[in-house]
Ligand binder design. Structure first.
Ligand code: NAD
Length: 396
C-alpha cells in the first residue's frame, strides 16, 4: 500500500517502514562516522529503546563500542494491512543492522513496568550475556499499571498549585493561541510520579542486583529535562517536574546500591528539548522547541537525539573529561540549550510570536519535518508514492 502521514493532533497514526529504517540508518551512520567509542559499554540494557533518546542510546552503544544490546519497548507491531508504530519499524531496522554487523541484539516488546517482563529480560541476560555493564532508563509513558497493587496510574501534564496561562502552538495547523491549564489534583500529582518517577527504575536495578546481573563498575543513567523558566509551571514545577524530582531521588538511591556492591554509579543526565513523541504531547513545549531550533540552528549548535547521546557518551560517560555534575549531582548535556545567550534570544522572541509571524520567528517548518521524520516521513531518497508492504517481521 501507499503509506502517507495521517496526523491527528500531536500524533501521526501511520508510519513508513522504509522511512523509519532510513532514519535509523542515518543515526547509525552518524555514530560510525565518529569512530570507535573507546572504553564504551559492552553489554547494555536499554529500557525504552525504540524511539527518541532510548533508541539513540542503543545505537550509540552498539555502533560506537560494539555492544551487545537488549532493548525493551512497547510498540504496536505491523499487520499485513496496517502500519506499526514507528518504534517497531525502528527496532526491526536497528536489529537487522546490528546483526549484519555481527552484534547481539535482543528485543522485548511489552510492558516494562510489569514483573513478568523483568523476569523474562533477566533470564535472557543471565543466559546470553551473563551481566550488563550499562542500564539506560529512557521510558516515557502515559500510564503505568503498578506491578504490586495492580492499580493503573495515568500521568497528567499539569501545573501544581495554580493554573498556568501561556502561549502554545498547534503545530499541525500553525495556530498560536493562549492556553490555560488548571492545576493538578493531589491524586494527579501522585499518579504522574508513579508513572514517570523513579520507582520502576529502582525495581529494575534491584532485580538485576539481586540476580547478580550487574557487572563490576556498571553504570545506570536515566534522562530528565529542566528547560527555561517560561515552561517551568508546566514542566519543571509541574506534575512531570515533580516526577523527575522522584527520578533524581531514585538516582541517589540506585547510586548508593551500586556503590555498596562495588559496582559503579547511577545518575541523571539532563538532556535537550527535542521533538519526540513524548515531548510533542506537552502543551507550550512545542512552541519553545520551535523557537529554540531556530536560534540553535542559526548558532550552529543544534543537535538531535543521536548527537546528544553521542556527546554524552564520548565527552562524559566513556571519554573526554569524565562525568561532570552540576550542584544537584546531575550531568548537563542540555548545556548548549541553556547557554545564557540562547535563552536571552528565546526570551526576546517568545512575546513576539503570533500565528501570523510564526514562520518568521520560529523554526516551525523544522519542527514539523522532525515530527514527520519520527514516523518515517519526509526522508530524502524514499519514494512515498511507491507501494510498500506495511508488515515488517522483527528479526529473531
Ligand atoms: P519517546 O516517546 O521517544 O520514547 C519512549 C520509549 O518508552 C519508547 O521506546 C516506548 O516504546 C517506551 N515505552 C513507553 N511505555 C512503555 C512501557 N510501558 N513498557 C516498555 N516501554 C515503554 O520519549 P523520549 O522523548 O525519548 O523520552 C525518553 C526520556 O527522555 C524520558 O525520561 C524523557 O522525559 C526524557 N527527556 C526527553 C526530552 C525531550 O525533549 N524529548 C528531553 C529531556 C529528557
Amino acid at each position: 500500500m501507499v503509506i502517507k502521514p495521517k496526523v491527528r493532533g500531536f500524533v501521526c497514526v501511520t508510519a513508513h517502514p522504509a522511512g523509519c529504517a532510513a532514519h535509523v540508518n542515518e543515526w547509525i551512520d552518524y555514530v560510525k562516522a565518529k569512530g570507535p567509542l573507546k572504553n564504551g559499554p559492552k553489554k547494555v540494557l536499554v529500557i525504552g529503546s525504540s524511539t527518541g533518546y532510548g533508541l539513540a542510546s542503543r545505537i550509540g552503544a552498539a555502533f560506537g563500542s560494539g555492544a551487545a544490546t537488549i532493548g525493551v519497548f512497547f510498540e504496536r507491531p505491523s499487520e499485513p494491512d496496517k502500519t506499526a508504530t514507528p518504534g517497531w519499524y525502528n527496532t526491526a531496522a536497528f536489529t537487522a543492522a546490528a546483526q549484519k554487523a555481527g552484534l547481539y541484539a535482543k528485543n522485548f516488546n511489552g510492558d516494562a513496568f510489569s514483573d513478568q517482563l523483568k523476569t523474562d529480560v533477566l533470564a535472557t541476560i543471565k543466559r546470553d550475556l551473563g551481566q550488563v555493564d550499562l542500564v539506560v532508563y529512557s521510558l516515557a509513558s502515559p500510564r503505568r499499571t503498578h506491578p504490586k497493587t495492580g492499580v493503573t496510574h495515568k500521568s497528567a501534564l499539569r501545573p501544581v498549585g495554580q493554573s498556568y496561562t501561556n502561549k502554545t502552538v498547534d503545530t499541525d495547523k500553525g495556530l498560536v493561541s493562549s492556553i490555560t491549564i488548571e492545576p493538578a489534583s493531589s491524586a494527579e500529582i501522585l499518579d504522574t510520579s508513579a508513572v514517570m518517577g523513579g520507582e520502576d527504575w529502582e525495581m529494575w536495578i534491584n532485580a538485576l542486583d539481586e540476580a547478580k546481573l550487574l557487572a563490576p563498575g556498571a553504570t545506570s543513567v536515566a534522562y530528565s529535562y529542566i528547560g527555561p523558566e517560561v515552561t517551568w509551571p508546566i514542566y519543571k514545577n509541574g506534575t512531570i517536574g515533580l516526577a523527575k524530582n522522584d527520578l533524581e531521588r531514585a538516582a541517589k538511591a540506585i547510586n548508593a546500591t551500586l556503590k555498596a556492591h562495588g559496582y559503579g554509579r547511577a545518575f541523571i543526565s539532563v538532556n535537550k528539548a527535542l521533538v519526540t513523541q513524548a515531548s510533542s504531547a506537552i502543551p507550550v513545549v512545542p512552541l519553545y522547541i520551535s523557537i529554540l531550533y531556530k536560534i540553535m540552528k542559526a548558532k550552529g549548535t543544534h543537535e538531535g537525539c543521536m548527537e546528544q547521546i553521542d556527546r554524552l557518551y564520548r565527552t562524559q560517560m566513556f571519554g573526554g573529561t569524565g562525568l561532570e555534575f552540576d550542584a544537584a549531582g546531575r550531568v548537563r548535556i542540555d548545556d548548549w540549550e541553556m547557554r545564557p545567550e540562547i535563552q536571552a534570544e528565546v526570551n526576546k522572541l517568545w512575546p513576539q510570536v503570533t500565528t501570523e509571524n510564526l514562520a518568521q520567528h520560529t523554526d516551525i517548518a523544522g519542527y514539523r519535518s522532525e515530527f514527520l521524520k519520527l514516523f518515517g516521513f519526509g526522508i530524502p531518497g524514499i519514494d512515498y508514492e511507491k507501494d510498500i508492504a506495511p508488515h515488517v517481521e522483527m528479526p529473531a
